[in-house]
Design a binder for this molecule. Structure first.
Ligand SMILES: [Fe+2]
Length: 272
């Protein structure tokens, strides 16, 4: 049974965060409690700081390749607002480039992976945020099309239904409202997930990032594990918000064992 290492908001290209990400990878590889072959790394977006600099994708990919060469073969990731532009201004042209660099340019979100009896479903919360009328700011929107496919995967897909566990992962924080940063269709996502759960299809973990706060929100929507991974590289918020009690940054890279129902056993790894 695989364990999940959940990290987020790496922001390669900001300051020396390329080096911070390399250090995080080295420490994961060196950590005797983390066996790469037994892990699935889930990265919930903002892998790079600015997609307009193609070097950022390349450098992030190089570190992911180091992890893969060191037995972390299963790495799943979804885009954040910074992965499709500057963070506050996106561009559709980056969708294809992101897929090409990190996966395959022809696949569509939701991304389904079945690994050791766990269904991982990755959502693109930037999917409907790149239109001319809403590509500014840092909000997210999954869109009707993606939510419909997600619902079909949960209710009708034999592979997903036959799994022991199901993990949903996306970039935008689905619960905590922040002006100009929220997931616009969070209530629709809630409906899809709760409908599946009412039909006896468990949703065992909901993983996300975006807010950099790194908090657990377990049991919200009835899902036992709901985690914000914070910012693995500790990318700060704008200066104006620094020091405010309600805006603390944490690097909450978590090791999650879905086989263990005791969520208190999920651990935050110290990697910086
Ligand atoms: Fe971020």
């Amino acid at each position: 049974m695989k364990k999940i290492v959940h990290m987020s908001d790496i922001h390669v290209g900001f300051s020396d965060y390329d080096l911070r990400f390399k250090r995080i990878a080295e420490r994961l590889i060196e950590n005797k409690a983390v066996q790469g072959a037994d892990c699935v790394i889930v990265i919930t977006g903002d892998i790079v700081e600015d997609a307009n600099n193609p070097d950022n994708y390349k450098r992030a990919k190089a570190t992911l390749d180091v992890l893969k060469e060191n037995s972390f073969k299963n790495i799943l990731l979804v885009p954040g607002n910074h992965d499709y532009g500057t963070g506050s201004r996106g561009d559709k042209k980056f969708v294809r480039i992101f897929k090409k660099v990190f996966y395959d340019e022809n696949f569509e979100f939701p991304k389904k992976d079945i690994i050791d009896g766990i269904a991982f479903i990755g959502l693109d919360s930037m999917a409907e945020e790149l239109n001319w009328y809403d590509k500014l700011f840092a909000e997210g929107e999954l869109g009707e099309k993606q939510l419909l496919v997600l619902s079909e995967l949960l209710l009708d897909d034999r592979d997903v239904r036959s799994c022991r566990k199901r993990v949903i992962y996306l970039h935008h924080h689905p619960f905590k409202f922040r002006p100009l940063h929220q997931l616009k269709d969070a209530n629709k996502l809630k409906k899809v997930l709760t409908r599946a759960m009412h039909k006896g299809i468990s949703i065992d973990a909901l993983l996300f990032g975006h807010n950099h706060e790194g908090n657990a929100h377990n049991n919200v929507w009835g899902i036992p594990r709901c985690y914000d991974a914070g910012s693995a590289t500790l990318k700060p918020r704008p200066k104006i918000l620094k020091g405010t009690v309600w805006f603390q940054i944490k690097a909450s890279v978590r090791m999650i064992d879905l086989e263990n129902d005791d969520t208190a056993q999920d651990r935050v790894l110290t990697l910086l």
